[in-house]
Design a protein around this ligand. Structure first.
Ligand SMILES: [Zn+2]
Length: 221
């Protein structure tokens, strides 16, 4: 028998399932780098791409997606914390630097997903990670200051909260209230899929256009 067949059949049921949903998640989010490339150029930074075990590059946009490889499966089995964050250059680097994690999943929005076509693959991926490693904790970070991912999914609605004639903090308040609803919706989907509440937490990073991160709040769900 050829080696490849033997290796495939050696995969356990949860490993095969993981591989399947990891690739589906990769396909769903693979173009997220293109989504922000123009913005990255505008900020004078880069879009870096890689797998779950490639560290975030400080100051850049960071796209970190699963590939379903045996090495990834092995890494996730021994990981204690998976960090999920928006790829945004103002958020992904600083959060990855300060939040303890073994693996990093970063796409446009992180937990700030609005379309079911994006929520579903992310939730299924999370469930498959849990099947591989029932003790893993997953920490989620969405952000304000106009999340490009959420803005794209709402046809510019997030950017509309920032009215040039309005006090910045009034705009931020509306943006964070809306983002919190998106984050809660996502987390509730996760809970309904059976993810243990005590193994997860969700946070909202407040991004101030002038000063960078101005604070982090916990999202109740
Ligand atoms: Zn974002």
């Amino acid at each position: 028998m050829p080696d490849v067949v033997r290796e495939d059949s050696a995969l356990s049921e949860e490993e095969s399932q993981y591989q399947f949903v990891a690739l589906a998640a990769q396909q769903t989010f693979i173009k997220d780098g293109e989504l922000v490339r123009e913005s990255a150029e505008h900020h004078g930074v880069q879009v870096t791409e890689g797998g779950l075990f490639v560290p975030a590059s400080p100051g850049n946009y960071n796209l970190r997606l699963p590939d379903g490889s045996p090495a990834e499966i092995k890494g996730l089995r021994s990981a204690t914390r998976l960090l999920v964050v928006c790829e945004d250059c103002r958020v992904s680097g600083p959060i990855a630097k300060t939040v303890r994690h073994d693996a990093l999943f970063a796409n446009a929005g992180g937990p700030g997903q609005i379309l079911m076509t994006r929520i579903r693959p992310a939730v299924q991926f999370t469930a498959a990670v849990l099947a591989l490693n029932p003790n893993i904790s997953i920490v989620w970070y969405g952000h304000t200051g106009i999340c490009g991912g959420a803005n794209h999914q709402t046809n510019g609605r997030m950017a509309d909260f920032y009215n040039p004639g309005e006090d910045y903090y009034v705009s931020e308040m509306k943006d964070s209230a809306q983002m919190e609803v998106y984050l809660q919706t996502f987390m509730n989907e996760l809970m309904e899929a059976g993810f243990p509440r005590e193994q997860t937490e969700c946070h909202l990073v407040h991004v101030n256009e002038e000063n960078g991160i101005s604070g982090i709040t916990t999202v109740e769900f």
